[in-house]
Ligand binder design. Structure first.
Ligand SMILES: Nc1ncnc2c1ncn2[C@@H]1O[C@H](COP(=O)(O)OP(=O)(O)OP(=O)(O)O)[C@@H](O)[C@H]1O
Length: 351
């Protein structure tokens, strides 16, 4: 018996001869949440549906709790699915929906009632138990879908964009509640999302996909500190890698346009070529030249509440920064590094 509760080995999925998912391999231990994240059409939902048994696998294996379930019919996989629009049974009450899987498994009425009452309490739905889905808010429906999937205590719980159908105000509150619910599950939770904040904040492991391929798999911290390439850096952290060359005078970036003092970097840079990960929180904007600054032009601004996200052009490279004070498109600014926030990595960016 494997201690890894979900393993995916070299999994490929085809639709009519077109490969939508290519040789994805990863493994996730029990009691943790995996987020599959990536841009639209990258194959996230296909991967999720393949784990559920709803799309055929062209090659590779899916192993849950040590059992190869690649060819097991969906109903016998011990997998719970929360679809994107929840797909509740409209004619059943909340209680009826939550109870559905237990009835199908012929669980005796007493045990069934116990599980349902426990889950209704847990998801704060007791007062709504006799309502039908049409009489519920979006957040309440989401909790019913989750309780329904959790009732059978599946070894793998699959959630397709669990917060996407909720309005933005509700999403923050539901994210915290969903994290509490997922933490209580003993199997593996797999969540598809295109939202990097959701992936980084809710998951123990993150799989980043692009064009059907797995480009990086790791903990949120790993991905935040060491995105594998420019795509992951941009997608997950709104960050940019720049090639640098370090000598005794400092670290030279952007074709020699910008010399950064060694003492601002983490870890202190050794001499020679390296790459520097510049995240929005690594860059400071000034009105006038400052020690170690480089001149830039503001190309785009976006007010995000507590700060403004600012895109600047520095010697032909686009960098993203945050600014606490108002700046406008076309403004000339000076960029410095915030002490200790830009990470130096020894290898250069792959061409
Ligand atoms: N039933 C299908 N028949 C043919 N092609 C499909 C089918 N389902 C998905 N695809 C294609 O497979 C690729 C991956 O689709 P998938 O839905 O898995 O992506 P996704 O990352 O979940 O996208 P989104 O975030 O937009 O939902 C896309 O190019 C899509 O057009």
């Amino acid at each position: 018996m494997s201690d890894r509760w979900l393993e995916i080995e070299q999994l490929s999925i085809d639709y009519g001869g077109t490969r939508a998912v290519r040789e994805v391999s990863l493994s996730v231990p029990a009691g943790t949440t995996l987020a599959i994240v990536g841009p639209s059409g990258c194959g996230k939902t296909s991967l999720l549906r393949a784990i559920a048994g709803l799309v055929p696998v062209a090659a590779g294996r899916i192993i849950a709790g040590g059992d190869d379930i690649t060819s097991t019919p969906p109903s016998r996989r011990d997998v719970g699915l929360v679809p994107q629009q929840y797909a509740l049974f409209p004619h059943l009450t909340v209680r009826g929906n939550v109870e559905y899987g237990l009835r199908a498994r012929k669980v005796d009425p007493r045990s069934r009632a116990e599980v349902v009452e426990r889950l209704l309490t847990f998801t704060e739905l007791t007062d709504f138990a006799d309502r039908r889905p049409a009489q519920l808010s979006g957040g309440q429906r989401q909790r019913v879908a989750l309780a329904r999937a959790m009732a059978i205590e599946p070894r793998v719980l699959l959630l397709d964009e669990p917060l996407a159908a909720l309005d933005p105000q509700l999403r923050g509150a539901m994210r915290r509640q969903l994290m509490t619910l997922l933490a209580a599950s003993t199997g593996v939770n797999v969540m598809v999302t295109h939202d990097r904040h959701e992936a980084l904040s809710m998951a123990d492991h993150v799989a980043v996909m692009r064009a059907g391929e797995l480009v990086q798999f790791g903990t949120p911290r790993d991905l935040w500190d060491r995105p594998a390439d420019d795509f992951v850096a941009d997608f997950l952290c709104a960050a940019t890698y720049v090639d640098v060359e370090a000598d005794d005078r400092g670290v030279h970036a952007l074709g020699g346009h910008w010399t950064i003092p060694h003492e601002l970097l983490q870890p202190p840079s050794s001499r020679g070529p390296a790459r520097l990960l510049l995240r929005p929180d690594s860059l400071l904007l000034h009105d006038a030249p400052a020690p170690g600054s480089v001149e830039a032009v503001v190309t785009h601004t976006e007010f995000v509440g507590e700060s403004t996200q600012v895109t600047v052009d520095v010697a032909g490279r686009t960098l993203t920064a945050r600014s606490g004070r108002p700046v406008r498109r076309g403004d000339r600014v000076f960029v410095t590094l915030s002490m200790g926030t830009a990470l130096v990595q020894k290898e250069k960016v792959a061409a």
